[in-house]
Design a protein around this ligand. Structure first.
Ligand SMILES: [Zn+2]
Ligand SMILES: [Zn+2]
Length: 279
């Protein structure tokens, strides 16, 4: 029986399943996500291709962001980091990539390494795996969610793709949650470890961290201390979440947030940033 890819329209998670589609979505059944109020709806690639457009933009030099309109599920944005000397890295996924987007990624040099912070933001990474056959590097706790594509490089605490790109396991938001550090660019792809509110000029004005965003569940102190332990030694200033690039001030904002979290009871609300924390 041929298998096809189906996407959950509630969250955007893709599953490879028998004809007719899966009975449920494991991401939506998890406590972090709301169940679809009208029941399950799964769509095939052909249905999605007819309904969404794909857009891309170079958000920082050599870093391209891809997204869909209308958004698919929770609407994560995917990134391709252009690394001529080492091979390009895809991190996080847009919900869906059409042929024009795949052709554009090919024109950038394709994808040599592929990873994601966690299952909420895989989007259509399975498509990049099928087209570009990259190394697929995932924290081993994520393997429960990677059945739509084949992982070639499971890792524990960290995985060095090359000297300028290292994945670190943070846990916290999900057991396998991972960040990608690009030391030469002083950038951190932080997944859902950090979330920012930006003003109209794109400056971060508030920051939060959470176990569950929609359900508004904070992290425990041990989770926050783990984030601190992993992030503090890393040299970075800019941060890219699966939604927003924050060009400057990311590390000082994270420090301020972690200190506030550990000073009292945990919270899922946004912490307003003082201007001095962004210097
Ligand atoms: Zn779902
Ligand atoms: Zn998440």
């Amino acid at each position: 029986m041929p298998l096809s890819h189906y996407v959950c329209t509630n969250c955007g998670f893709w599953q490879r399943y028998f004809q007719g589609g899966p009975p449920a979505c494991p991401v939506c059944l998890d406590y972090r996500h709301p169940l679809p109020p009208e029941g399950w709806e799964f769509q095939t690639s052909a249905q999605v291709a007819a309904n969404v457009s794909v857009h891309w933009q170079e958000v920082m030099p050599g870093i391209w962001q891809f997204w869909n309109e209308p958004q698919l599920g929770i609407g994560p944005r995917g990134y391709v980091v252009v690394e001529p000397a080492h091979g390009n890295i895809a991190f996080e996924g847009a919900g869906f990539y059409n042929q024009a987007a795949l052709d554009f990624i090919a024109s950038l040099g394709g994808v040599r390494y592929l990873s994601a912070s966690h299952c909420h933001v895989y989007g259509g990474l399975w498509q990049l795996v099928e087209v570009f056959r990259p190394e697929v590097v995932m924290q081993q706790e994520e393997l429960n969610f990677t059945q739509a594509f084949q992982v070639s490089w499971p890792f524990d605490d960290q995985a060095e793709l090359h000297a300028g790109a290292v994945l670190y396991h943070t846990g916290g938001h999900t057991p396998g949650h991972t960040v990608l550090h690009l030391p030469a660019r002083q950038l951190l792809f932080c997944g859902d470890a950090l979330k920012f509110q930006l003003d109209d000029a794109g400056q971060a004005v508030a920051i939060s961290t959470h176990r569950a965003y929609a359900a508004h569940i904070p992290l425990s102190h041990a989770d926050v201390r783990r984030y601190q332990t992993v992030l503090e030694p890393l040299d970075f200033d800019g941060v890219l979440t699966p939604w927003e690039p924050v060009p400057h001030g990311g590390k000082s904002a994270a420090r301020q947030l972690f200190a506030a979290q550990l000073a009292g009871r945990p919270f899922a609300d946004f912490l307003p940033l003082s201007p001095s924390s962004l210097l």
